[in-house]
Design a protein around this ligand. Structure first.
Ligand SMILES: Cc1cc2nc3c(=O)[nH]c(=O)nc-3n(C[C@H](O)[C@H](O)[C@H](O)COP(=O)(O)OP(=O)(O)OC[C@H]3O[C@@H](n4cnc5c(N)ncnc54)[C@H](O)[C@@H]3O)c2cc1C
Length: 477
């Protein structure tokens, strides 16, 4: 099988972590011929040379000044030209890059290159005949070749052996690719970053309390949530957008802040149409020309919206946390660079499209998240949660930090954060979690946050309403 693996070099010089999983997945497919593909500056050449030592036959570097400054639409266009030339059976991409964080390039590339698509792959189950993959959220999915898959953190990339040989790296510029330079790089990118700010989102004033108050605080947090009414917009715009469509209902609140003229597309009905939804929806949009389209940010929407954007040749801003408008333009705010900054983004093309960061569905009242610091008390903490659930009171659920997942305490599906799930339970109890920005990104919308950590300087306390300065062993043993 001929496989193209898309890889991006991070600012730090390493392979993007999800792309490392994509490469390893390709290496594990028997009798595969692997070709690496990267769009990047000249320094990417050496990076690719080193990567070929793991087993890729060759690598292609798409390198041209015309490619610089590309958003996901322009990136997918440029990559699609190379994919069409290389004519693989399968393209494997990482779920997202850690700098852009959008998760849009894979689905957009699939649409532009005419490949069938499976996103969020946890395991490749069958490659003979049809391709079958186990996904993170939708069980087993079957598609025909040629196909593109995006992979989760499903494995670890092997290390090169001393005897490994380097493969060939070939450069392709815009002319060699036959690219229309108006569709590449900054010229071909409808989305523009207008400004960026330090991300203070999710910061709270922490009150340090005694261990004995834990039960009362949890009860109070659950109660408070019951009384909480839907929060409206803090600043409503003077002029609103006309004709805003929303796909799914979770983003309705945000849509109402920017428009009084909203049409809701039923999410379930859309999904039940399968792949035919995309062409149908695109033809509706072309006919009725809404000013903006907002999508929930569940798995289906994050797979579908980039394909729609690719066909409409418009921009798509991923995981927006706030919106503004002047009556004509939509200004979209989203976390970038692992949540360290908030970027303000506009879109020159129409319709203006965004996925809206909406927490995953979940009925738990209290999420008890285990960090690496909870390792010693894990069985006790699990028993504690089980006991609470047997009491028929509020429902508890367990989650994990990435360090806890990496330490094999809990499975990846339970990871909360930038590269895991987003949650917003009434109460989030963080035990032994340091509070890295990557983790905060997934839990900052929780109602009441209570952190247990013996280190007063742990950043988690900046994002907690209540702090308990104690080792987990002192509370849960
Ligand atoms: C691109 C990228 C994406 C990432 N995505 C995510 C993500 O989605 N989710 C995520 O969580 N992380 C993510 N991370 C990792 C993140 O940066 C942190 O490394 C991770 O969140 C740390 O997990 P932790 O807090 O459990 O462990 P640590 O940072 O090791 O912290 C452990 C904490 O436990 C405390 N502790 C020690 N002993 C005890 C004890 N006995 N009782 C109580 N507390 C104790 C310590 O004081 C410390 O604060 C990502 C990183 C990168 C680079």
């Amino acid at each position: 099988m001929r496989i193209v693996v898309c890889v991006k070099q991070t600012v730090a010089g390493d392979i993007n972590p999800f792309d490392a999983c994509a490469y390893e997945a390709a290496l594990q497919i028997p009798e595969s011929e692997i070709i690496l593909l990267s769009m990047g500056p000249e320094k990417t050449y050496e990076f690719l040379v080193n990567l070929t030592r793991l087993g890729a036959k060759e690598a292609y570097l798409l390198c041209d000044r015309a490619f610089a400054g590309a958003d996901t639409l322009a990136t997918a266009y440029t990559l699609s030209l190379a994919v069409k030339k290389l004519a693989p059976d399968l393209v494997i991409c990482g779920r997202q890059t850690i700098d852009g964080d959008t998760g849009q390039t894979g689905p957009s590339l699939a649409m532009t290159a005419g490949l069938s698509l499976i996103t969020n792959v946890m395991q490749i189950k069958q490659t003979e005949g049809q391709l079958c993959c186990v996904t993170r959220d939708r069980g087993e999915q079957y598609v025909n070749y040629p196909a593109l898959i995006t992979v989760e953190r499903m494995n670890r990339l092997r290390l090169p052996s001393i005897r490994s040989k380097r493969g060939k790296v070939i450069r392709w510029n815009a002319q060699e690719l036959g690219a229309d330079t108006k569709k590449c790089g900054i010229k071909g990118s409808p989305t523009k970053v207008l400004a960026s700010f330090a991300n203070e989102d999710g910061k709270r004033k922490c009150r340090f309390v005694d261990t004995s108050m834990l039960d009362a605080l949890i009860e109070e947090g659950v109660q408070k949530e019951k009384e909480r009414t839907e929060q409206g917009a803090e600043r409503l715009p003077e002029k609103k957008l006309k004709k805003v469509w929303i796909v799914g209902g979770k983003c309705k609140q945000m849509a109402q802040n920017i428009s009084d003229d909203i049409r809701v597309i039923d999410r379930e009905a859309a999904e039940s149409m399968g792949q035919s939804f995309i062409r149908w929806f695109v033809s509706m949009v072309e006919k009725e020309q809404p000013a903006a389209i907002l999508w929930d940010s569940d798995f289906w929407s994050k797979q579908t919206a980039p394909q729609v954007a690719a066909l409409l040749r418009t921009g798509l801003c991923a995981d927006c946390t706030a919106l503004e408008t002047d009556g004509e333009h939509l200004y979209m705010y989203r976390p970038a660079f692992s949540g360290n900054v908030i970027a303000k983004i506009s879109c020159a093309a129409r319709p203006q499209m965004a996925t809206i960061r909406t927490p995953a569905d979940g009925a738990a009242d209290i999420i008890c998240a285990f960090g690496k610091g909870a390792k010693n008390v894990q069985p006790l903490l699990e028993a504690y949660v089980q006991r609470k659930n047997s009491e028929k009171g509020p429902r508890w659920e367990i989650a994990a930090s990435r360090a806890a997942v990496d330490a094999e305490m809990l499975p990846y599906e339970m990871q909360v954060g930038l590269t895991g799930r987003s949650v917003n339970p009434p109460v989030y109890l963080a035990v032994g979690i340091s509070g890295a920005v990557h983790h905060i990104e997934g839990m900052k919308q929780a109602g009441t946050v209570i952190a247990v950590n013996p280190d007063r300087k742990a950043p988690i306390f900046e994002y907690a309403d209540y702090g308990i300065l104690a080792a987990a062993e002192e509370i849960f043993s």
